[in-house]
Design a protein around this ligand. Structure first.
Ligand code: UD1
Length: 420
């Protein structure tokens, strides 16, 4: 299993291009199942979860081609299997996103119950209930969700009990080829949901209101292929900015959309950073400034994202003063706390809150990455730690960050990947 060895402390500086968004690319890839003619996607990040998605689509009969500029063409005109097998689904929860498109276009889907990051139970009941309301007959049998809609799906008014990103995306994709109008209430407003809706509309779907909590979809009879560019990854951008903040460095992230990061940039400013943006770049300058602890509460977009919680916890761990972080999205998303404590952080967990007493310094240690964003936070902690940190089990990070050691190396970090 690969590990990262990082020698600190470092002060990072420079410019880093941000990759396409993982959480936008995955639903868009699954959405290609809806198209009767080939789709070409650009700005798709090269990540383990993308490879897994392409493998999954290929097992169903999708023809996948990559050109010399790494654009991906997917031809789903001859899908022969409507099944997502367990060995692929277990490594990536987002596989559940094949369910909406398969049911919508072919009237059947068989999807293994998902695995993925160990951050709470993360059920898919809202996806299932929503599709039932659209007329699907769904059984759970021997670890599979078996869904059928022999007469096709029909439009429905669905109020989701809590805000779910993947749930909203799956129900949008189920509704695009359904008969009649679907109204989704309490829908997720994340930019990745908007990107999926823009992509589907470009293919001929009729979706209004994406980016608000009420989305209306008028079913159409077929979708055709398009060329589409995936939005930048706001969480990757936020992670490099957090690294600049903890090391008192200065980093410019390019190819980003600053409007997707407003709540996060506000918290960086509150922590003492100088943040400036252009239309597609953000610079965080922490040189000669001191970091103050901030209070954070994770909430659905446009509020502070759960995917930036771990990175801000590290900032608080070395900031002046005490900070309070409250996680409201996932119930078990503090597995990085025990690892940060090994590096000298002082964090007290109280239910879903993490209270920090800022330390002047952290020290290197042997730590284990437990999920995707936790891995990122351990690397950030290693940048400010005195001595060597070894981050084990970094396969999690390869699921979500493109060429992370190369990008940190460019910013001046002594970082090395060891394979064993
Ligand atoms: C997505 C993102 C993930 C991000 C999260 C929150 C992708 C591939 N993943 O995850 O990176 O951390 O949004 O912004 O885009 N829930 C239910 N029943 C359901 C569905 C969800 O109870 O049927 C609960 C979950 O357990 C969780 C909350 O709703 O507590 C939010 O989950 P959701 O938004 O669905 O997260 P994901 O889509 O899994």
């Amino acid at each position: 299993m690969d590990k990262l060895v990082i020698r600190g402390p470092s002060v990072i500086s420079g410019q880093i291009p941000i990759s396409g968004s993982k959480n936008a690319a995955l639903p868009i890839l699954m959405g290609c199942l809806l198209a009767e003619t080939p789709v070409t996607l650009s700005n798709v990040p090269h990540l383990r979860d993308v490879t897994t998605s392409l493998q999954l689509l290929a097992t169903m009969g999708c023809d996948v081609l990559m050109d010399e500029r790494l654009n991906i063409t997917l031809d789903c005109s001859a899908i022969h299997s409507k099944e997502a097998p367990y060995d692929l689904v277990k490594t990536m929860r987002a596989s559940i996103l094949v369910m909406g498109p398969l049911l919508s276009r072919f009237g059947e889907a068989k999807v293994a119950l998902p695995g993925g990051c160990a951050i709470g139970s993360r059920p898919v009941d809202i996806h299932i209930e929503g599709m039932r309301e659209m007329g699907a007959i769904i059984d759970i049998d021997e670890g599979f969700i078996i869904a059928k809609a022999p007469q096709g799906l029909r439009g429905a008014e669905i109020t989701m009990p809590i805000v779910t990103v993947t749930g909203t995306e799956n129900l949008i994709m189920a509704a695009v080829l359904a008969k009649g109008r679907t109204i989704l209430r309490k829908a997720a407003c994340e930019p990745e949901v908007v990107d999926l809706a823009d992509f589907l509309n470009a293919m001929g779907a009729r979706i209004r209101g994406a980016g608000t909590s009420v989305i209306e979809i008028d079913g159409v009879s077929a979708l055709k292929g398009v060329d589409y560019r995936v939005i930048p990854d706001r969480i990757e951008a936020g992670t490099y900015l957090a690294a600049a903040a903890v090391t008192q460095g200065c980093v410019t992230v390019t190819d980003v959309d600053p409007t997707h990061l407003e709540a996060v940039l506000e918290k960086f400013k509150q922590a003492g950073a100088l943040v400036t943006s252009t239309e597609n770049t953000i610079t965080l300058d922490m040189r000669g400034r001191s970091l103050s602890a901030v209070d954070i509460e994770t909430q659905p977009y446009p509020l502070f994202p759960t995917d930036m919680q771990a990175q801000f916890l590290v900032m608080n761990a070395i900031a002046e003063g005490t900070g309070r972080v409250k996680e409201t999205i996932f119930e078990n998303r503090y597995m990085h706390v025990a690892e940060l404590e090994k590096m000298g952080a002082r964090i007290t967990l109280d239910g879903n809150e993490a209270l920090t007493i800022g330390q002047n310094q952290l020290h290197g240690a042997e730590v284990v990455a437990t999920d995707l964003r936790a891995s990122a936070c351990l690397i950030i902690a290693a940048l400010v730690a005195q001595g060597t940190t070894v981050v084990n089990r970094i396969y999690h990070i390869d699921r979500g960050y493109e060429r992370i050691e190369e990008k940190f190396h460019r910013l001046g970090v002594d970082i090395q990947r060891l394979s064993s």
